[in-house]
Design a protein around this ligand. Structure first.
Ligand SMILES: Cc1cc2nc3c(=O)[nH]c(=O)nc-3n(C[C@H](O)[C@H](O)[C@H](O)COP(=O)(O)OP(=O)(O)OC[C@H]3O[C@@H](n4cnc5c(N)ncnc54)[C@H](O)[C@@H]3O)c2cc1C
Length: 468
């Protein structure tokens, strides 16, 4: 267990108030790790600033006293990025949770970094507006964490990632400087776009304290279609046809039959079709009128006639559309809560994804001959979440050894397919040893040089992404 000297606790309390510093074991355990829970929590303290100036003062104190800081949002991250295992101070943005301004004419919302993703959705919806970054953990994740991980989510195919929605950023760098980047400007070609450096930087370059986000119109009606297919390859043809012939495609998700089977076993839902299929797709469209719904029905009937799909359920009401989405969204939570998993979050070019799936299956069968593997993800973005379920007849240690060998095989495959070892969850601690499978050495060296400029005292999130 790590402890912070009473004099340093007092100095922190002078900055944030005594209620903004916690050193009790249950708080340290709670704030010391993220959703992954693979790495144990061992911070020395958790600190909760209320303003950008307080964040700056904490960073300056950390520089002076050679302390390390772990920026922390909703801790829904899945790479150990917000984990403090070596006596670091957790810097939680939890108390910076105000919506600062809604700028109607600019189509913008200014928020502090600790605002929940769901709060942004709920604030905008009554005004007919929409923030399209959306995923199952939105009730706990925070805007700062979404930016630091460049979060994607289920509607990336239509709306892109967090990067596409951040107009302005306020950041405190590891050097203790406050940077106000771009503000509300839509056009600003006056040199390097420094915002981009912090988006997806996993808390290693600066602490994001405020953001100005773009918003868009709330979609009208939604149609969701659950598809069952014998062949994953067919989904690529379907995706191509939908891009050409259908309007408003906003989601193309995938899950394997093992995912549905696991949900059933855990009593969460039962198979929506009477038969089982090896592969399922969940497709969503934003639709304006019943004519558009009719043409979707025609299109999906033709997919059945051409034997590209075996079965479809087209949502007939809002309630049914929500039920179909709930199947897909409950998969990560149910798998995580009921079984010990080895997880990977990989991507390949979208045009390769359907052909990649059978090759991936082969690789996983070879690496994990006795394990069940549940694969789901954002097929329309080329992004798959691979979940290897630990069998009950092996020890945790044996499973770890098998997973580490399995990762090497998987990442060699990813490298050959010109993919990424981390599509959206980040590198953090979990994927750090494998970065070289998708980033070349000169790129890694450049990243390290940037880190040394913005965090020269190596105060921020040590040991994450790469070692220095
Ligand atoms: C059930 C479930 C489903 C998910 N689905 C998706 C999905 O579809 N798409 C997706 O992209 N992700 C998904 N995730 C992963 C996760 O929710 C996202 O990565 C999310 O953006 C993390 O936000 P957070 O606030 O929880 O960040 P945290 O977990 O607290 O932190 C994540 C990283 O960001 C850093 N950080 C946090 N706040 C700041 C800040 N203010 N300044 C600088 N650095 C900071 C941390 O140090 C850490 O490295 C899912 C997670 C779960 C549990």
């Amino acid at each position: 267990m790590f402890t912070l000297s009473p004099s340093l606790v007092t100095l922190l309390a002078d900055i944030v108030g005594s209620e903004g510093v916690r050193t009790d074991p249950s708080s340290l355990e709670h704030y010391g790790k993220d959703w992954l829970k693979k790495f144990s929590a061992a911070p020395c303290c958790a600190v909760f600033p209320r303003t950008t100036k307080e964040v700056q003062d904490i960073v300056r104190l950390a520089i002076t006293h050679k302390l390390k800081l772990v920026p922390s949002g909703g801790r829904t991250g899945l790479s150990g990025g917000a984990t403090a295992s070596h006596g670091e101070i957790i810097l939680s943005l939890e108390r910076m949770n105000r919506i600062l301004e809604f700028d109607e004419s600019g189509g913008l919302i200014s928020v502090e970094a600790g605002v929940l993703t769901l709060t942004v959705h709920e604030y905008l919806a009554p005004q007919g507006l929409f923030f399209p970054i959306d995923f199952a953990s939105k009730g706990s994740s925070m805007v700062g964490g979404n930016i630091a991980t460049n979060a994607g989510g289920i509607r990336c195919i239509r709306w892109g990632t967090m990067r596409d929605w951040v107009l302005g950023l306020t950041v405190v760098t590891g050097n203790g400087d406050i940077l106000n980047l771009n503000g509300k400007l839509v056009k600003n070609q006056s040199g390097y776009d420094l915002r981009g450096l912090f988006i997806g930087s996993e808390g290693t370059l600066g602490i994001i304290t405020e953001a100005i986000l773009k918003v868009t119109d709330l979609p009208g009606d939604t149609a969701r279609i659950l598809c069952g297919s014998q062949k994953a390859e067919n989904f690529l043809q379907i995706l191509a046809r939908l891009r050409l012939h259908a309007k408003g495609l906003s989601m193309f998700e995938y899950f394997s039959h093992e995912c549905l089977e696991s949900l059933g076993e855990f009593g969460v839902t039962h198979d929506p079709f009477n038969e089982t299929y090896p592969h399922y797709g969940l497709v969503e469209f934003e639709i304006d009128n019943s004519k558009e719904r009719d043409s979707l029905e025609d299109l999906f009937s033709s997919f059945i006639e051409e034997e590209l799909l075996d079965n479809v359920i087209i949502s007939a009401s809002r309630k049914q559309a929500d039920e179909l989405l709930a199947i897909r969204e409950s998969i990560p939570e149910v798998l995580n809560s009921r079984a010990l998993l080895h997880k990977n979050d990989i991507s390949v070019p979208v045009s390769s994804i359907a052909h990649f799936l059978p090759v991936l299956r082969e690789c996983l069968r070879d690496a994990y001959p006795t394990c069940r593997v549940a694969v789901f993800g954002h097929l329309g973005d080329g992004n798959l979440h691979v979940n290897v379920i630990m069998p009950s007849n092996i020890s945790k240690k044996e499973f770890e050894i098998q997973s580490s060998e399995g990762d090497k095989k998987l990442f060699e495959l990813i490298s050959r397919w010109k993919g990424s070892i981390s599509a959206e969850h980040g590198v953090g601690l979990l994927k750090k040893p494998y970065l070289h499978y998708c980033r070349e050495e000169p790129e890694i060296q450049l990243m390290k040089s940037i880190k040394k400029i913005l965090d020269p005292h190596l105060v921020l999130n040590p040991g994450k992404l790469f070692d220095l």
